[in-house]
Design a binder for this molecule. Sequence first.
Ligand code: ATP
Ligand code: MG
Length: 657
Amino acid sequence: MSNESLANLLKEERRFAPPAELAAGANVTEAAYAQASEDRLGFWAEQARRLSWAVEPTETLDWSNPPFAKWFADGKLNVAYNCVDRHVEAGHGERVAIHFEGEPGDGRSITYAELKDEVSKAANALLELGVRKGDRVAVYLPMIPEAVVAMLACARIGATHSVVFGGFSADAVASRIQDADAKLVITADGGYRRGKPSALKPAIDEALAKCPEVEHVLVVRRTGQETSFTEGRDVWWHEITERQSSEHTPEALDAEHPLFILYTSGTTGKPKGILHTSGGYLTQASYTHHAVFDLKPETDVYWCTADIGWVTGHSYIVYGPLSNGATQVIYEGTPDTPHQGRFWEVVQKYGVTILYTAPTAIRTFMKWGDDIPAKFDLSSLRVLGSVGEPINPEAWVWYREHIGAGRAPIVDTWWQTETGAMMISPLPGVTETKPGSAQRPLPGIAATVVDDNGVEVPNGSGGYLVLTEPWPSMLRTIWGDDQRYLDTYWSRFGHGYDESDPAWRYFAGDGAKKDEDGDIWLLGRVDDVMLVSGHNISTTEVESALVGHPAVAESAVVGATDATTGQAIVAFVILRGNATDSEELVAELRNHVGKTLGPIAKPKQIKVVSELPKTRSGKIMRRLLRDIAEGREVGDTTTLADSSVMNVIQSQLPGGS
Ligand code: ATP
Ligand code: MG
């Protein structure tokens, strides 16, 4: 990319200072940045001491064999003990850990003392079924408390979990079970989605025909629907856990013991099995949850709306919040069942103070209308988080106004499955926020933006996001494929590319720019950046401009090969309820983009559709739209939330059936 790459097209001048009261009592202040930059490793060693260790580490980072890192390598701890037992031992056993809200409106609240009993029983059940330290366990569950219990039970005995989205097909499950070589699967009869029970077990039965290594299937009864059972292999969760002792001594494990494998969402290609280990991962998940959400465990009620099958569910439903002794809400279902105000009803019911969700959800709420959240009491909310995609400024401002009462700070958190925990984000009591920017690497994290040659760009320019120092929760490798780990992340810039360069640089795969203050703005995947008549234009900026028009609810932009301009901008848009598709509107939208970003960014084509292809974590799969725009057969759709969407879109386009 040239220096005018990812041209700084979008001007966003709005600024929001942190609320004075929050700033005055914040968990983390400006001083943390200085402390961490003076002594980065000392800073992380101090954060590691927020955890309880069976053997305190004396080493912080071992980077003697880069890019294979070891953090706190001579320390020993148990992750489940840190998330559960120690809170009970500290006298907080009666505190609610989980308020579970089922989609049909059922629910239960589980205290830390109860969670300790449930996790211990599940750990004993896994042992009875022959699972041992180092074995892999696949988890394929709906959003129910047993998902959390299952993950912690694995962590407690040192089994490595691999959680697979409850919505994936039998084939997707089978390939993940095979890749991780799991010997046990934990699933459920089904879960509730959109008002009815949706079966899960049949996908496991089908997948296991191809996975002869799996010895047992533990089945949680959630819906009570008719479920086939394979004698000798399948075991009901409630039957086996019921008869277990609630005593289980957590094993002290090496800091580098593998905690979990998780496959990325596959927006750019074949999913990668990302490996995370114990001590460093928990240190950063825990610290960032404490710092970025300003969590006060005595008074806050926290809610992360992610699915447990996504990394956000791992780090910010299970490990971060529970290690900090938080009280949180877990909601099973979809945001519009039985009505479009369901999320706000949940916030009101539990007095949620901290909400963490994704831009795709926020844009959906915008589309449904301001009057829906306005019917509920959202005054408890004090911090709002966003993750998963760049958040366009209009959605950011809507979130702040309509959900945060124009008062709650928004933390736009950039991170990846690979980074394990948040990396770039404002701090709610410190940062003057800018709509659409993740802004600043967190204390102890080193990130910057470089050009094609790996040279750091000056403020006001764009390029590629890189991480310039190892961090505690970094992936350790791609499961079973060290070479792919090296190739994917470390051989684009720095030492892995040019041996004369002593610095190792992690290539995140995302485009970014630094503004005049040096704050970072994420611009989407590098694969999604378009080259139009010699100018690099980011899909994110064109999408933001489109969503800034009152007729547009959502958009996805791709670059399609074009004989004259190299690439031409093709935009897919979903209109808001009150707008109708017409030639005039399309012309108006093109002009609107031209006015906002400059004539070069005007889409060549705008296609009005009713759906966009998204992964289960809500990310738009632009590569599939590029296939359509370039007239190819559409590629791998196994991680789409709804695979019929591609047919719907194709039928809505000229020439579609
Ligand atoms: P794959 O790597 O298989 O294509 P994926 O990258 O979609 O899958 P995840 O690890 O879940 O899988 O997503 C991480 C990516 O999400 C980041 O690289 C970035 O593109 C995007 N992202 C996450 N949070 C933000 C954010 N706050 N701002 C901008 N982009 C974000
Ligand atoms: Mg990725």
